[in-house]
Ligand binder design. Structure first.
Ligand code: PEP
Ligand code: MG
Length: 576
């Protein structure tokens, strides 16, 4: 049994067999063969080449259909490797000369080739190493008769162990097959972690080297709440986790008992508890968990895992569905937020050294009014079907807000000219997630209908900590006094201007910090749906005077650690 500690990314406990994704290290045995075996070994090699070719062409077709021809072209280089006469002849001549099994000979030749390419100065040729490696692994797998692996092949309720999983791969996961996942890299508020939460898949990320510590089929316990992973647990540990699962179910039932009640403190202060969603089909689950609205609808996931961009009609249908399902409750549609760790192949965003500081979100949309206005028109059209609001991400100052609003006016005008109905009074909010927006919240508040604090980004930008980098994850701290001060000043500025302020970053769903946020005067919390019952329970257990006192005391502390300890203690008292 080994116990490993990573970053707790999505809560809950799962136990199951390990499934190693994308790790194709084969053990190739060296076996002597007889002269008579040589023709059969050559035939095996040829069949493996044919099979590999078939697989690559099939993959190329699928990628071309899903993502476009350009993406599919990378496989042309793979096909060229398969036709490399020098490589094929070297394998056959060594096979005859050395009389060793073809898988072993091939793996030796492959190693030599990769070694030679790595030595070459030419960048283009160097890059071909990855192609040779990739194709070589495929051939080897076919020679050894191993199964092909991909997320789509996962069967049963497996624990996925991978170096990294992209947000779009997470979005494509089938929850019935994936019990949990663990990755070598990543941070707590990366979009992969956020997706895991919304799919209710426990996840531990940033566990460096985990892919080399777990073998396929190992029994693994993933405690996504504590960030703990236990490999091949002994019977005692297994029993204790099974008991813990039972206890958790008991606690969850207690929270669920208040899910449909208002989030009102013992002395009468009511706040709104909304849900964060990424897809329209999450609405039923959000409602089931007792949400009072959708506080953040991350629309960029709509563009993922497809080769073209959604049409205005497709956008409209999606927003209309959410608006109608939630009506009369509010739905805050956030306009496209790509860049950072979310890439869309359709838009060909160039490689950037620091994508989180680069061409992202509103910056991209202002530069591409065609894409932006298409979405704005769809949101406006859907606004007649319910209580829709719209919100811009990554606003860094009032000029960007004005530019975005200018395009909104144009979108309205276009609809008017086409005689299409929309709610002219649709509320327009600003995500406060860039420190410059936080510092100028008083100015922004004059021109926004509401604020929503995006702490996932606000923390990374104010503490200068990449939210998806496990190396600096220890510095990513929502309890940091700088974060609390920024949050307080945003809330105060909003209230001064008489507008409401929500929080839709993950911090809003941290129960201990939620007490402080309540005390600071936050009006709305928007969270992954499954945390809603717990937060409602908590708010109903405290009174506002207490929470305000907690906030005052927390604001006087010097470090995040002190704030965390203090708020955990208060949480324990409140829930006693
Ligand atoms: C945030 O930054 O807190 C937020 C809610 O937006 P996202 O996580 O999608 O960047
Ligand atoms: Mg953000």
């Amino acid at each position: 049994m080994i116990q490993l500690k990573g970053i707790a990314a999505a809560g809950g406990i799962s136990i199951g067999p390990a499934y190693l994704l994308g790790k194709e290290e084969f053990v190739v045995l060296r076996e002597t063969i007889s002269w008579a075996d040589i023709p059969a070994q050559i035939q095996l090699f040829e069949e493996a080449l044919i099979q590999t070719r078939r697989e690559i062409i099939e993959l190329q077709k699928r990628i071309s259909a899903d993502m476009g021809q350009q993406e599919a072209q990378i496989f042309d280089a793979h096909l060229l490797v398969l036709e490399d006469r020098m490589l094929i002849e070297e394998v056959i001549s060594r096979l005859k000369k050395e009389q060793l099994n073809v898988a072993y000979i091939f793996s030796e030749v492959l190693k030599k080739y990769i070694g030679v390419f790595l030595e070459i100065e030419d960048e283009y040729l160097k890059e071909r190493t990855a192609d040779i490696n990739d194709v070589g692994k495929r051939i080897l797998r076919n020679l050894l008769g191993k199964e092909k692996k991909g997320l789509e092949d996962v069967k049963g309720r497996a624990i996925i162990i991978a170096h990294d999983i992209s947000p779009s791969d997470t979005a494509a996961m089938h929850t019935k097959n994936v019990a949990a996942f663990v990755t070598d890299i990543g941070g707590k508020t990366s979009h992969t972690a956020i997706m895991a939460k919304s799919l209710e898949i426990p996840a531990v990320v940033g566990l460096e080297g985990v892919t080399s510590k777990i073998s396929p089929g190992d029994t693994v316990i993933v405690d996504g709440t504590l960030g703990v992973v236990i490999v091949n647990p002994d019977q005692e540990t297994l029993n204790s986790y099974q008991q813990k699962l039972e206890q958790l179910k008991g606690i969850a039932d207690k929270f669920l008992s208040v899910k449909d009640l208002a989030a009102v403190t013992a002395d009468g202060r009511t706040v709104l508890i909304n849900a964060n969603i990424e897809f329209p089909d999450e609405v039923p689950s959000a409602r089931l968990h007792g949400c009072q609205g959708i506080g953040l609808y991350r629309t960029e996931f709509f563009y993922m895992n497809r080769k073209d961009s959604p049409s205005e009609e497709e956008h409209y249908q999606a927003y209309k569905y959410v608006a109608e399902e939630m009506s009369p409750h509010p739905v805050v549609v956030r306009t496209l937020d790509i860049g950072g760790d979310k890439f869309l192949s359709q838009f060909k965003i160039p490689y950037e050294m620091q994508p989180f500081l680069g061409w992202r979100a509103i910056r991209f949309c202002l530069a591409r009014p065609d894409i932006f206005k298409l979405q704005l028109r769809a949101i406006l059209r859907a606004s007649v079907h319910g209580n829709l609001k719209l919100m811009y991400p990554m606003i860094s100052g009032v000029e960007e807000l004005r530019q975005a609003n200018q395009l909104l006016q144009e979108a309205k005008e276009e609809l008017r000219q086409n005689g299409m109905a929309f709610n002219d009074k649709i509320e327009v909010g600003v995500m406060v997630e860039v420190p410059s927006a936080a510092m100028t919240a008083d100015i922004l508040a004059r021109e926004a209908h509401f604020f929503s604090i995006g702490t996932n980004d606000l923390i990374q930008y104010s503490l200068a900590v990449d939210r998806s980098n496990e190396k600096v994850a220890y510095l990513y701290d929502p309890a940091h006094p700088a974060v609390l001060r920024l949050v307080k000043s945003i809330i105060d500025a909003a209230h001064q201007a008489k507008i409401k302020v929500a929080m839709c970053g993950e911090m809003a769903g941290e129960p201990s910090l939620a007490l402080i946020l309540l005390g600071l005067g936050l009006d709305e919390f928007s969270l992954p749906p499954q945390v809603i019952p717990e937060l409602k329970y908590l708010i109903r257990s405290v009174n506002m005077k207490q929470a305000q006192q907690f906030a005052v005391e927390a604001m006087q502390l010097a470090t995040g650690k002190e704030v965390e300890e203090y708020s955990q203690n208060r949480l324990a008292e409140v829930l006693k």
